[in-house]
Design a protein around this ligand. Structure first.
Ligand code: CU
Length: 143
């Protein structure tokens, strides 16, 4: 039994590294919200080495997180929730203001510039395996 533990630990770590190895996450940030904001945009760039799908997002800093897209409808920009975001191997997907983005719903605490918000991305591989990776996003004003 004593020998089994390091082995199991190694196995767990290998498993956790898997999605992270196949996905690069860049420029993760959260828009500095006005005081009392109930919804806050979050943005990042995802590039997968293998085809995978972003199937869910959570954060310990908010009640829930939704994936949204924006589209022009009769001259009005509208946000619409999407159930998932497909990531094709080698094609960066940019979640940015005015396009695909994440929406933190009901932040649990006021967000200040420079705060780090943890965002948990749930990914499903093309083989149907799912994994969650945690990425830090900094709270800041848009550039
Ligand atoms: Cu939105």
């Amino acid at each position: 039994m004593r020998r089994l533990l390091p082995f199991l630990l190694a196995l767990t770590l290998t498993h956790m590294a898997h999605a992270a190895e196949n996905l690069s996450v860049k420029d993760a940030w959260v828009r500095l919200p006005p005081p009392g904001a109930e919804i806050v945009g979050a943005y990042l760039t995802l590039e997968a080495k293998q085809n995978m799908t972003l199937i869910g997002v959570k954060s310990p800093a908010a009640e829930s997180v939704e994936m949204h897209t924006m589209s022009m409808n009769n001259g009005v920009m509208r946000m619409r929730q999407v159930p998932s975001i497909a990531l094709q191997a080698g094609k960066p997907v940019k979640l940015e203001p005015g396009g695909l983005h994440l929406m933190l719903i009901k932040p649990k605490q006021p967000l200040k510039a420079g705060d780090i918000v943890q965002i948990d991305l749930s990914l499903s591989s093309s083989q149907g395996k799912s994994e969650t990776i945690r990425v830090p996003a900094v709270v800041r004003k848009p550039n």
